[in-house]
Design a binder for this molecule. Structure first.
Ligand SMILES: *Cc1c(COP(=O)(O)O)cnc(C)c1O
Length: 354
């Protein structure tokens, strides 16, 4: 059995419009120049000044005491859950959460926790649902120790959890003595869309992380933040998982560049996503959800075409979208310009014409 990702088929047309994912951005020339100019040291030894600068800025941005640089968002979740939980614990999360579906079972394999999947529209759940999942504290029950929330909810359509709902859920967690963790892969999309500062958005959470490879344009890197005490303990897991790096400042410099130049512009991605959704809504037979942020989920079944067939037809024209659970997802980002939206809509209209 082969587990490695497939390479592009030889002779596949080059991708002209890449709506596949906001992870597919290429570092800009200016970002690369910032990387080349970075002052570096041995990160594992606490000697990389650029990593320190990034962690200090992220702790301030997120309103936490301390932060840690890691290679990926997945590793932020694995480090955080291992630091918060003990084997046999139960984590409460939405049933569509990335930790459940897309991290290779790492939370079962490495942390030894089980995840209690909660239901709710658009990747979100309410206080009644969370309260309904509270178990007794008898010796029969797994100890519930952590509430995990994704901002924005990826499979939920890039939905933005309202900050008062987050505060209410964190209040229940505190009442129960649970820790709280925000998977903030696309946190800045939520902050820009809702015009809420990040400190406020994650004020109720013990820990939070931000991905620099989701629409922020960096080639790698994510930052996990929390209390000084938590980040101190989390370093054992960073080390254990092989996430301690050497001259990582070269990558932290890309993240610092993204903080300065690629946050406010997320509003353009959201406008492009809304334009795409509005155009798709005009095409007969396409079902489309109104996007809160930069992810547009749509279903062409009503036009008599399967999601994967339309995905393949678009790819043959050099337009990449992803197919997820019977729907298509188009993702806007730094490398998608406003003029690519009408071009994409034209191609879809043409391909759906009988
Ligand atoms: C992408 C993503 C992750 C994992 O981040 P990587 O940097 O790809 O490891 C985790 N959670 C959510 C919601 C994501 O979208």
């Amino acid at each position: 059995m082969v587990h490695a990702p497939e390479r592009p088929a030889p002779g596949a047309p080059p991708i002209r419009i890449n709506l596949y994912s906001d992870t597919q951005t290429r570092p800009t020339e200016a970002m690369k120049a910032a990387m080349m100019a970075a002052e570096v040291g041995d990160e594992q030894h606490g000697d990389d000044p650029t990593v320190h600068l990034l962690c200090d800025r992220m702790a301030a941005l997120l309103g936490k005491e301390a932060a840690m640089f890691l290679p990926s968002g997945t590793m932020c979740n694995v480090v955080a859950i291992n630091t918060h939980c003990r084997p046999g614990d139960e984590v409460l999360a939405h049933e569509s959460a990335h930790i459940l579906s897309s991290e290779g079972g790492s939370h079962a394999a490495i942390a030894g926790v089980q995840i209690h999947p909660l239901r709710g529209e658009r990747g979100m759940f309410d206080a009644a649902t969370l309260r309904g999942a509270i178990r007794g504290r008898g010796r029969y029950s797994p100890p519930q120790t952590l509430l995990e929330i994704e901002q924005t909810a990826n499979i939920g359509g890039g939905a933005v959890w309202p900050v008062n709902q987050l505060n209410e859920l964190c209040g229940i967690a505190r009442e129960q003595g649970w820790a709280t963790h925000m998977d903030g892969a696309r946190l800045m999309n939520a902050c820009v869309a809702a015009a809420v500062p990040a400190t406020e958005m994650c004020a109720g959470f013990d820990t939070v992380w931000l991905d620099f490879t989701k629409g922020l344009g960096a080639p790698l890197g994510a930052v996990l933040a929390g209390s000084e005490e938590f980040i101190g303990r989390a370093w054992r897991w960073k080390q254990r998982l092989g996430g301690s790096m050497r001259q990582a400042g070269i990558c932290a410099a890309a993240c610092l560049y993204a903080l300065d130049h690629h946050i406010d512009r997320l509003a353009e991605d959201h406008a492009n996503a809304r334009a795409l959704a509005a155009g798709l809504r005009q095409i007969e037979g396409i079902g489309v959800e109104e996007p809160d942020t930069n992810l547009v989920y749509f279903d062409p079944a009503g036009a008599g075409v399967g999601a994967e067939a339309l995905q393949a037809a678009l790819r043959a024209e050099g337009i990449a979208v992803s197919a997820l659970g019977g729907r298509l997802r188009a993702c806007t980002h730094l490398d998608v310009s406003a003029s690519m939206i009408p071009e994409t809509l034209d191609a879809i209209r043409r391909l759906l014409r009988p």
